[in-house]
Design a protein around this ligand. Sequence first.
Ligand code: DOR
Length: 408
Amino acid sequence: MRFDRHAFEAKGHLVVPGFIDLHAHLREPGFEDSETIETGRRAALRGGFTTICAMPNTEPPIDSPGLVKELLGRGHGVNGARVHYVATITRGRKGRELADMVELAAAGAVAFSDDGSPVQDPRLFRSALEYARVTGRPVIEHPEDLALSAKGVMHEGTVSARLGLPGIPAAAEETAVARDIALARMTGARLHLTHLSTGGSIDLVRRAKADGLPVTCDVTPHHLAMTDEWVAGSRALAWEVEDEALRAGPYESSTKVNPPLRGRADVRALWAGLVDGTVDAIATDHAPHASVKKEVEFDQAAFGISGFETAVALVLGGVGVHWAALGTVIDALTVGPARVLGIEVPRDDWTVIDRDAEWIVRADEMASKGKNTPLIGRTLTGRVVATVVGGEVAYEGEARVTEAISRR
Ligand code: DOR
């Protein structure tokens, strides 16, 4: 069906350019029990994302030009978001030798990343930035010093101490951000720091930008909306007052994500970074996992939150309490990520939002195979009612106003 913008606007809906996600996991090839290109593309549309970048931590990893070309040819049969593929920085994501970055870019890779297994050797990372510079493509870096994060499973702070869980200190991220910025300064390459989670990281990027370096960054909806108290059972969004009736039990592995949910001051710093332009994009880090990888002890569970389908509601929540203007977050979901990738915002891709729709997050209504979100059962406000790709309505849901969960 062709998109009739006025028909949606007449219903009071907000029509904005289709969202672009710099960071998502589609799990194909290798982990199709967690997600496939097809289910991921459909889940993206339900979240309002019309273009997504798939990360290469698949099996095999996306480290060969042949695989990039093959994947670009897959999954066109169904309605779904447009997909770009991010190729690895190193062969096999092992951090030992560089992948054929020039050939990978020629095959169509949009960026490079060893996401989840960041390149620890600074000399190798320097070379990676030099090759990336030749290709004109950014390096999307997950900044983490693995020696510092070690066996940590949540943010290191008072909550981890209370729960007796090993922590991941803010410094594990911030020392890596500082190293990466120093190497970007040295090489002149485009460095994109993904899913930043601490105020210290935002400060470092703010200074790098002030120095005129080609450094960009993104933050996720979950880091904008949830704190480490969620690991202890809180289910209040960062701008809500604690609600005992909403509380879950502690140690729910759906709250386990890397980087971990941080403290309240960090959450506020991420919003401040969005407002002053330090943060270029909001990216989901959609990380679906089959239940067998999540329904285990907290310390054994995989890191990751299934993020496409709840992203808009989380971000609009912060807008609702004036932590950022609507235009700021829409830019961070559209022109911001397009600029990072060096692509145009597709002209006929649109996302239609009902800002007032109240809905309950239900596992059986999610298009993603990954039901791993601590938001299951929660009422959220703001929902995507239609998504348009190339002028055609590719997804249309009901703007249902569901009954709010009885809170008392
Ligand atoms: O939480 C995460 N999940 N962080 C990562 O860096 C990787 C991702 C995944 O692939 O599941």
